[in-house]
Write a protein that binds this ligand. Structure first.
Ligand SMILES: [Zn+2]
Length: 253
């Protein structure tokens, strides 16, 4: 049963027949890990908190810089120099004090990634470096944790949902099936070298939050097996099918 306050806070969702009080309670009981409190993590955390995801863990080892603020809307000019996770937790708590936020001012490493993912229902990759992405992708497969991947650079974005491994959707690709080769920095420049148009991270991050909520609610059927590409210059989307790859270094062995 939702409390009176929660009935009112989440009224516009709980009134929808496909969500209802049951769906809202499932969201409130869910645990999500958000890796990165930057351009993608900002809309992800705001929307997950507002929607009523009950327990959020946010990881980021960096501090707020002035050049983050064209897109990282969790942070403010006054928070320059402070830890991103501290600022993120404060912003989220101001929006919705009824949920639990755990800030971890650290990076995902080989020796903590499996335990972290196994302790959450969904992991949302909002990181900005390839090492972390592959580490999360491989661990998501090993632990069978649903992974919502998002990326944005310049005016382009990508989104995909993976759920392979134990308890996952059989026959669907893992992260490494779709992105087999770890690119070097020159092939895949990050935002600091190539630039990023602020609202593009808003589009992709918002889609990541929606995908994570859909996973908990079971809305709209399977989300795996496709890669969504967003062209921010045109404001247009394209969807391509993805599939499992024989000999994949992660799931094909
Ligand atoms: Zn694979």
């Amino acid at each position: 049963m939702l409390s009176d306050e929660n009935l009112e806070r989440y009224a516009r969702q709980a009134i929808m027949p496909e969500i209802g009080e049951d769906g809202q309670e499932r969201l409130l009981a869910s645990r999500m890990l958000v890796v990165g409190a930057g351009g993608l993590g900002s809309p992800v955390l705001f929307y997950l908190a507002a929607t009523g995801v009950g327990r959020l863990t946010v990881m980021d080892g960096e501090s707020v810089e002035l050049s983050n603020l064209n897109r990282q809307i969790l942070h403010t000019t006054a928070s320059i120099g402070s830890r991103k996770v501290a600022q993120a937790a404060a912003a989220v708590a101001a929006l919705n004090p009824g949920i639990e936020v755990t800030p971890l001012a650290t990076r995902v490493e080989d020796d903590n990634v499996d335990d972290l993912l196994a302790a959450h229902d969904v992991v949302i990759d909002c990181s900005d470096n390839v090492d972390t992405r592959y580490r999360i992708g491989d661990a998501a497969h090993r632990t069978g944790t649903p992974l919502v991947f998002g990326g944005a650079v310049r005016s382009e974005g990508q989104l995909s949902v993976f759920h392979s491994g134990p308890g996952g959707a059989a026959g669907t690709p893992c992260y490494r099936c779709v992105f087999p080769d770890m690119p070097d920095a020159r092939q895949a420049p990050g935002c600091s070298e190539a630039g990023i148009l602020g609202p593009v991270t808003g589009v992709i991050g918002t889609l990541q939050a929606l995908a994570a909520v859909r996973l908990i609610l079971g809305l709209g059927g399977a989300q795996t097996g496709k890669l969504v590409l967003f062209d921010g210059r045109q404001g247009s989307f394209m969807e391509i099918s993805t599939s499992r790859r024989d000999g994949c270094g992660c799931c094909g062995g």
